[in-house]
Design a protein around this ligand. Structure first.
Ligand SMILES: [Zn+2]
Length: 127
C-alpha cells in the first residue's frame, strides 16, 4: 500500500468530487511537465494549474507534522525534510515553466479547498 499512499486519499477524493460536480475537468495524479518526474494530484493542463494536497505527516504540516513516532524520530524527520525540499523544488520547476501551483494540507476542509481551486481556475480561464 505504501506505493499508493499519495493517490486516492480521502480528502483528495472529496475535493475532486466537488470540482467535478461544479463542471471542472482535470487530470488526476498526472505529471504537469512531461520532463519533470513529479506528479500533481489534480492537473488543469491547458490552464497550467497544478494542485497538490499534501499529507500532514509526510510533508510536515505545521499543525500535525511534528507528531513523529519517537522511536524513529531522526529517520522520519530526515525523510520529511527531504519531502519538503522536494516539494519546494517541484514548486520552483513548475513556476519557472509558467504554472500556477496550489498546495493544500489534507486536514483542510474539502469544501474550502475546492472553492479556492475553482476560484483560481475561473480567474485564470476568464482573466
Ligand atoms: Zn495537518
Amino acid at each position: 500500500m505504501q506505493a499508493n499512499r499519495s493517490r486516492d486519499t480521502k480528502p483528495e477524493i472529496a475535493v475532486r468530487r466537488l470540482l467535478h460536480a461544479h463542471g471542472l475537468r482535470y487530470r488526476v495524479d498526472a505529471r504537469p511537465l512531461p520532463d519533470l518526474r513529479r506528479r500533481a494530484d489534480i492537473v488543469f493542463t491547458r490552464l497550467k494549474i497544478a494542485v497538490f494536497i499534501d499529507g500532514c505527516f509526510w510533508h510536515g504540516c505545521p499543525e500535525h507534522g511534528t507528531a513523529t513516532p519517537k522511536s524513529h524520530s531522526d529517520y522520519w524527520q530526515e525523510k520529511i525534510a527531504r519531502n519538503r525540499e522536494r516539494d519546494a523544488e517541484t514548486n520552483r520547476a513548475l513556476v519557472d515553466a509558467g504554472w500556477v501551483v496550489l498546495r493544500y494540507w489534507e486536514h483542510e476542509g474539502a469544501q474550502e479547498v475546492a472553492e479556492a481551486i475553482e476560484a483560481t481556475v475561473k480567474s485564470t480561464r476568464d482573466g
